[in-house]
Design a protein around this ligand. Structure first.
Ligand SMILES: Cc1cc2nc3c(=O)[nH]c(=O)nc-3n(C[C@H](O)[C@H](O)[C@H](O)COP(=O)(O)O)c2cc1C
Ligand SMILES: Nc1ncnc2c1ncn2[C@@H]1O[C@H](COP(=O)(O)OP(=O)(O)O)[C@@H](O)[C@H]1O
Length: 305
């Protein structure tokens, strides 16, 4: 897949079927758009493309902390696996934000023969453009109906974040169509884990959505290998030393120096909340119980979601 970063307009002789959006999470709803783009590209002999932004528009416009459900690397990897030919990434600046809907179309969609958007798509200055602004243009338009979660709510990044905040990681994973994951480099911690029999790889992550604090059954990807383990998101209240949330994982059946390596932690099942123990022995006993419980559940589900 070609990844093309856009500052200004893009000149090309290619013709595209293209879906436009931020696609945070690449969840069920987004995948309906991706499937439609591929289908139309096939039928009309066009290149298939996704057009997105390098950061969430709201993070610039409202200075909101918009932590993503997926890293841009993972998003690129997934779209490539899905068979998309080209990913256009618009560098989102105030100049882009100020473009009127028509100016946006003129600047970025010249090479588009068929545009695919979701039913509630908005774009252009102050989000004034919507599906009606896309008629009478040089492209055909497909508008994709919402994929619903229940009678009232559509599948959305906001809903998935709510599920993750409440510990319902299995339901979030179902809507994402893959486990929610955090990728990062293994960094040095307090070196306490190894002394209590549970070395933990501390994962340095910054721009991700932080899920509910607590203990999870996890799957860990390191280079080309897959491991299982138990992860903890929180502040280790027993030791009362941390102010920021930490993600750490103890990987089952592994004894290896992981410092400096990048691992991907996939969250499979929420086990319990983080607790404050009165001493290390109690924490150790609990970790043993967690290990047994997680090994049992992960075996039952055959380590899959
Ligand atoms: C599966 C798991 C569950 C944990 N649960 C708790 C907990 O409930 N309370 C707590 O204070 N720390 C908890 N911890 C964090 C430990 O306190 C921490 O791993 C230990 O202090 C080692 O820290 P270090 O990696 O900085 O050496 C947990 C860690 C893991 C891996
Ligand atoms: N099974 C394992 N799971 C996680 N980390 C492991 C494992 N075996 C060895 N390690 C290594 O041990 C380190 C964790 O030991 P720990 O005493 O908790 O130190 P730190 O406080 O620096 O995380 C990891 O970063 C990794 O390099």
């Amino acid at each position: 897949m070609n990844v093309i970063y856009l500052d200004k307009e893009y000149l090309t002789d290619e013709h595209y079927a293209l879906a436009l959006g931020f696609f945070d999470g690449l969840h069920q709803g987004h995948l309906a758009l991706v499937d439609e783009v591929k289908k139309i590209a096939d039928e009309k002999h066009l290149k298939s493309a996704i057009m997105t932004f390098d950061r969430h528009p709201l993070s610039l416009l409202k200075n909101e902390k918009c932590q993503s459900l997926i890293s841009s690397n993972d998003r690129i990897e997934l779209l490539a696996d899905m068979g998309i030919d080209t990913l256009f990434v618009i560098r989102f600046t105030m100049d882009v934000a100020k473009l009127s809907p028509q100016a946006f179309i003129d600047q970025y969609l010249k090479h588009v023969d068929h545009l695919v958007v979701g039913f509630d798509f908005h774009f252009g200055h102050k989000n004034k453009g919507d599906v009606s602004s896309l008629s009478h243009q040089h492209f055909e338009v497909s508008v994709i109906a919402p994929i619903m979660y229940d009678e009232k709510r559509k599948v959305s990044s906001t809903l998935i974040k709510e599920l993750l905040t409440s510990g319902n990681v299995e339901e979030a994973n179902r809507l994402l169509t893959r486990p929610f994951s955090i990728r990062g480099e293994v960094v040095h911690g307090k070196k306490r884990g190894r002394t209590i029999g549970y070395p933990t790889a501390n994962v340095d992550f910054d721009s991700y959505y932080v899920i509910r604090r607590g203990v999870y059954g996890v799957r860990v990807k390191l280079n080309d290998s897959v491991y299982y383990g138990m992860g903890n998101v929180g502040i280790n209240p027993t030791f009362n030393e941390l102010s920021n949330d930490l993600l750490e994982v103890h990987i089952f059946d592994l004894d290896e120096d992981l410092y400096g390596k990048t691992i991907k932690v996939e969250f499979i099942k929420f086990i319990r909340d983080e607790k404050t123990f009165s001493n290390i022995e109690e924490l150790k006993l609990q970790l043993k119980k967690d290990e047994e419980q997680i090994k049992k559940t992960l075996t039952i589900t055959k380590y899959s979601i």
